[in-house]
Design a protein around this ligand. Structure first.
Ligand code: 13P
Length: 250
C-alpha cells in the first residue's frame, strides 16, 4: 500500500508572523491526520525557521527549488547541500512556475532532480501540460517527455526514492480543477509508463495531484486509484483548509 502524501507549496507567500500563525494552526491539528505524510514547503528564507517549528511534530519541511551545483559563484541560488544542512529532506523540482516563468527546461529539471538524488534529498518532480497542449491532445506526449528527461539522465531506479506530482498548468491557481477522471487518466498514464520500465517502482510511487485542490474537492480526487495525495498551493496557506485536505488523503 502506498502511503498518501499531502504537500503544501506556499510559493512566495507569507511573512514571519503569518507563518508562525499558520504553523501554530497546523501543529494544533496535525495529530488528527491519520494516514497522510504532511509536508510544507516555505519560501527559502523561512525554511530553517519552519524546520525548527516542525521539530517534534509529524510535519516535514521541504524546499521549493534547488541549484544543480554544489557551491560557488551562483549568486542568488541555494544548493541541495544547504537545504540538507538546515534539516530538510524534501525538495520540489520542476514546478510549472519554475519551468514557465524562469525558463527551466526539461534538461535543467533533470539536472536538479539528479542533484537532489545524489545528495539523498527526496525530490517531488512536478510535471504537467499547458491548456493549449491539452486542447491539442498532446498531454501524454508532454508529460511523457518531462518524465523521460529525468529517466534518461538518472535511470528508472532514481524514481524509487522520489515523488511525482501531476499539476496541469491550466488548473494551477485558476480555481479550475481537473475532474477526478481527467486527473486519474494522466496518473494512470504516468504509472503505466513507469511500470513498463519497472513494475515495482511504479507500484510504490506516490503520485500527487496538484491544481486548485480544496477541502471540497479533495476527497473525490484522492479516491481515484492512482492519486496518492496532493500538492497544494493556495489552500495550504490556511491551516484549517490544509488539514481538511490532509485528512481526505487516506
Ligand atoms: P493551487 O493549489 O493554488 O492551484 O496551486 C497548485 C500548485 O501549484 C502547487 O504546487
Amino acid at each position: 500500500m502506498r502511503k498518501p502524501m499531502v504537500a503544501g507549496n506556499w510559493k512566495m507567500n507569507g511573512n514571519l508572523e503569518s507563518i508562525r500563525q499558520l504553523m501554530d494552526g497546523l501543529k494544533a491539528g496535525v495529530d488528527s491526520v491519520e494516514s497522510a505524510e504532511v509536508v510544507v514547503c516555505p519560501p527559502f528564507i523561512y525554511v530553517p525557521k519552519v524546520v525548527g517549528m516542525c521539530d517534534g511534530t509529524k510535519i516535514q519541511a521541504g524546499a521549493q527549488n534547488l541549484c544543480d551545483q554544489n557551491s560557488g559563484a551562483f549568486t542568488g541560488e541555494v544548493s541541495g547541500e544547504m537545504i540538507k544542512d538546515v534539516g530538510c529532506q524534501i525538495v520540489l523540482v520542476g514546478h510549472s512556475e519554475r519551468r514557465s516563468i524562469y525558463g527551466e527546461t526539461d534538461e535543467a529539471v533533470a539536472d536538479k532532480f539528479a542533484k537532489a538524488q545524489e545528495l539523498g534529498l527526496k525530490p517531488i518532480l512536478c510535471v504537467g501540460e499547458l491548456l493549449e497542449e491539452r486542447e491539442n491532445n498532446i498531454t501524454e506526449e508532454v508529460v511523457g517527455r518531462q518524465l523521460d528527461a529525468v529517466i534518461n539522465k538518472s535511470g528508472i531506479q532514481a524514481l524509487a526514492n522520489s515523488v511525482v506530482a501531476y499539476e496541469p498548468v491550466w488548473a494551477i491557481g485558476t480555481g479550475k480543477t481537473a475532474s477526478p477522471e481527467q486527473a486519474q487518466e494522466v496518473h494512470a498514464f504516468i504509472r503505466s509508463k513507469i511500470a513498463s520500465l519497472d513494475a515495482g517502482i511504479a507500484d510504490g510511487l506516490q503520485l500527487l495531484y496538484g491544481g486548485s485542490v480544496k477541502s471540497g474537492n479533495a476527497t473525490e480526487l484522492f479516491s481515484q486509484a492512482d492519486i496518492d495525495g496532493g500538492l497544494i498551493g493556495g489552500a495550504s496557506l490556511d491551516a484549517t483548509e490544509f488539514l481538511a485536505i490532509c485528512k481526505a488523503a487516506k
